[in-house]
Structures are given as C-alpha cells and as structure tokens.
Ligand binder design. Structure first.
Ligand code: PEP
Length: 249
C-alpha cells in the first residue's frame, strides 16, 4: 500500500507574510485529510514561516533544492543540515527548471539526492522528457538515461527512502496535462527501470508522483490511476482553496 503524497512546488513565488496567510486558509481545509501525506515546498526564504505555520498539523515542508556539501565555499547554495535545522523534511531535486536554467545534470541530481539522504531529508527526485523527446518516440530512452545516470547510483537502502516525481517538461506550466493513460504508462516504464536495478520490492514500494498542470479538475482522474502515487503541483499549489481541492481529490 503506497500512501499518496500530495505535494506543492511554489517555485519563486510568495513572501514570508504571504506564506503565513496561505497556511491560515489552507490548514483548516486539509486537517481531516488523512488519506495522504501533504508536502509544500516554498522558496528557502519562507521555510521558517512555513514550518511555524504548519506546526502541529499534518502538513510537511520541503525545500526546492539542496546543496550537495554539508557546508563550505558554495555561494548561493543551501545545505541539508541548514534545511533540516529550520524544520523542513523534504527536498525537491532535479526539477526541470533547474535542469533547464541552472545546468542541473543527472550527476548533480545524484549528488544532491545522496546529500539529502545523508542529512535525513526525503528527496523528491524529478525526471521527465522534453516535448521533442516524446514526439520522436524517445521518452522511455530519455527517462532510462536519467535513471541510469542519476538515481541508479544510490544503494538499495538509499533508494528505499526516495520519492520520484515524473514531470513531462511539456506539461509543466503549459496547461497541457499528460492524459492519465500516458502518465500511467510512463510511471510503469519508470517502475520497470527500478525493478531492473533495485528489484521487485523496491519497484512495488517506491512512490512515483505525477507533475505537470495538475489542477482541481484533473486531480481525481489522475489519482484514479493505480500507478500514480500522488502529485507535484506548481501553479495550482499557490492558491489554498485550489491546492486543498487537489489534496482532497
Ligand atoms: C512543477 O512546478 O513542478 C509543476 C508541475 O508546475 P505546474 O503544476 O504549474 O505545471
């Protein structure tokens, strides 16, 4: 039984005051949502406000990235111990926007994932193909390469603690959602990769989230797919009512 994770990625939106205001509205809407885990990932500058606002609730807080070193001369990076110290529990790693604009590679995704695990955070590792990959029939090959160069470098014990987010790049922020069938087929392909490398138990238990223009009106149909173990939501996670309606699909 894989407990769904309904997660939100706020990207570069909201101030600490806006974060507090979001949770004041959002908390009561999900206080009875015991069917899933809820994780919201605000910008680093709002982690403190988010952690304070969710105290005593069923909501967890995550970062949107994590440095691979514990500390050191890495200007602009935030380390696992720093994220942990503020009270967050998760970290998104390898989001397509980081791959596209900040030179994130499968190798650095692996390093960040290892760091998250070393410092006790749950990594939500993103993979996904470009529109050109899908249109040329290369989706599975691209995902296999991301898997092999990235998370396949973990040990079995490490792998057991991660969450995977499948986010087709052509569906992120575009309003184009993968059909539930496309998403489920692709999740099956990712699970097959996991089975090949880490075995059946790992494949059966890893949670694979879908991300890409998830909205209140398509969350239920996506979550009806047994292969989809939750969602990673961008735009629609910025509004408390809209994200609560996704959580309570
Ligand atoms: C995301 O940022 O991970 C995402 C899926 O964005 P959106 O829901 O806006 O497509």
């Amino acid at each position: 039984m894989r407990i769904p994770i309904m997660s939100g990625n706020w990207k570069m939106y909201k101030t600490p005051a806006e974060t507090t205001a979001f949770f004041a509205k959002f908390r009561p809407l999900v206080e009875k949502s015991s069917h899933c885990e809820i994780v919201i990932c605000p910008p680093f500058t709002n982690l403190d406000a988010a952690v304070a606002a969710v105290k005593g609730s069923n909501i967890r807080v995550g970062a949107q990235n994590i440095g691979w070193a514990k500390e050191g001369a890495f200007t602009g990076e935030i380390s696992g111990p720093m994220i942990l110290a503020v009270g967050a529990s998760h970290a998104i790693i390898g989001h397509s926007e980081r791959r596209q604009y900040f030179n994130e590679t499968d190798e650095t995704v692996l390093k960040r994932t290892q760091a998250a695990l070393e410092f006790g955070l749950t990594p939500i590792v993103c993979v996904g193909e470009l529109l050109a990959d899908r249109e040329s029939g290369h989706t599975e090959a691209v995902l296999a390469a991301q898997f092999q160069k990235g998370i396949a470098g973990l040990t079995e014990q490490q792998f057991a603690k991660i969450v995977i987010a499948y986010e087709p790049v052509w569906a992120i922020g575009t309003g184009k959602t993968a059909t539930p069938e496309i998403a489920a087929d692709t999740h099956r392909a990712i699970r097959a990769q996991v089975r090949g490398k880490f075995g059946k138990d790992a494949a059966d238990s890893v949670r694979i989230l879908y991300g890409g223009s998830v909205k209140p009106d398509n969350a239920r149909i996506l979550m009806a797919q047994p292969e989809i173990d939750g969602v990673l939501v961008g735009g629609a996670a910025l509004d408390p009512v809209s994200f609560a309606s996704i959580v309570n699909f």
